[in-house]
Ligand binder design. Structure first.
Ligand code: ZN
Length: 282
C-alpha cells in the first residue's frame, strides 16, 4: 500500500453533530470555515425553518463544500401507510440534499418496529424503500448512502449492521449499474469487522464509497450512543482504515462525527481545535 500523505484540513469535514447542535447552522458554518476545514455535513435538524438555498449559498461563500446530509427517517414501520410516509419523507430530504449540493444523503435505515421479532421483515422494507427512492436519487444527483451501524444498534436503529450487508443491498438495487446507491463507511460502526479490508476494497471497486466518517472507540465505552472518542483516543486503527479506503479509490472528505457527552460539554472552539489536531493523526 502506498504511504499515507498527511491529512490536510481542507480534506476534512465537520459533521455538525460533533458540536452538539448547540449553535445555529450559520454560526457553525462560520466556525468550521474559520478553523480551516474544507467541508461540513449538516443534519436535517439544523435546517428546520431555514431557507435551504440561502444556507447552501452561505456554505459556498464560506469556502466550504458539503460532504453529505444526515440523515434518513427510518424506513420500517408497523403499517403500510407509515412505511410509505417514511419513504416520502426521505424523498423530500433528497431534494434538500440536492439544494445543499450534498453528494449523498446518509441513511440510517431503522429496524423492526417495537414488539416485532427478528430483522427479516425490516430488511425487506428497507430494500423496498430504497427501490422506491432510487430513480429520484439518480434524477437529483444525490446518492443514497447506506450507513451500516454497529450490531449493538440492530434492535433500535439499524437492521443493516455490516458493510457486507450494505454492499449486498447496493448490488440488489443497482442491477443496471447506473449507481445512485452507495455506502457511508463510519469507522465507529465497522472497525471490528474481520471482513473490513475486503469489503472496503469491494466497495471501492464498485465505486460505492460515498463517505468516510471518523471518531474513535473508547475502552471502556460508558454510553452506547454518546461516548465516542476523538480520533486517536481509542482503539480503532484509523490510519490503516484510511489507507484501505484511499487504496480503494476514495478521494472524498474525511468527516469527523462524534456523539459525546464529554465533547458536547466542551466549548465549541475547543472541540474544533481538538478535531484539527486529531485529524492530523489519521
Ligand atoms: Zn456516521
Amino acid at each position: 500500500m502506498p504511504p499515507l500523505s498527511p491529512l490536510t484540513l481542507d480534506r476534512c469535514s465537520i459533521n455538525t453533530a460533533t458540536l452538539g447542535h448547540r449553535s445555529s447552522i450559520e454560526q457553525v458554518i462560520e466556525a468550521v470555515a474559520r478553523h480551516g476545514f474544507g467541508a461540513i455535513a449538516p443534519w436535517r435538524r439544523d435546517l428546520v425553518d431555514r431557507d435551504v438555498p440561502a444556507v447552501a449559498r452561505r456554505i459556498r461563500e464560506a469556502g466550504l463544500a458539503v460532504s453529505g446530509l444526515c440523515r434518513s427517517t427510518y424506513f420500517p414501520a408497523a403499517t403500510r401507510a407509515e412505511f410509505l410516509a417514511n419513504v416520502e419523507d426521505n424523498r423530500r430530504a433528497l431534494d434538500v440534499a440536492a439544494a445543499l449540493g450534498a453528494p449523498c444523503f446518509v441513511l440510517v435505515v431503522g429496524t423492526a418496529p417495537a414488539d416485532h421479532k427478528g430483522l427479516g421483515p425490516a430488511r425487506a422494507q428497507v430494500l423496498e424503500g430504497l427501490s422506491l427512492l432510487l430513480d429520484h436519487a439518480r434524477s437529483v444527483g444525490v446518492s443514497l448512502a447506506i450507513e451500516p451501524l454497529h450490531p449493538m444498534y440492530a434492535g433500535d436503529r439499524s437492521c443493516v449492521a455490516s458493510l457486507s450487508e450494505a454492499l449486498a443491498m447496493c448490488d440488489a438495487l443497482d442491477t443496471d449499474g447506473r449507481g445512485g446507491v452507495t455506502v457511508a463507511i463510519d469507522a465507529y460502526h465497522v472497525w471490528w469487522d474481520w471482513r473490513l479490508s475486503e469489503d472496503i476494497a469491494a466497495a471501492g471497486h464498485a465505486g460505492r464509497i460515498a463517505a468516510f466518517h471518523v471518531c474513535d472507540w473508547l475502552v471502556p465505552t460508558r454510553d452506547l450512543l454518546l461516548d465516542r472518542g476523538m480520533m486517536g483516543e481509542g482503539v480503532i486503527d484509523l490510519p490503516a482504515m484510511r489507507a484501505a479506503i484511499e487504496a480503494a479509490g476514495y478521494r472524498g472528505f474525511v468527516e469527523v462525527e462524534i456523539f459525546s457527552n464529554h465533547w458536547w460539554s466542551q466549548p465549541e472552539e475547543a472541540v474544533l481545535d481538538a478535531c484539527g489536531r486529531s485529524f492530523r493523526q489519521i
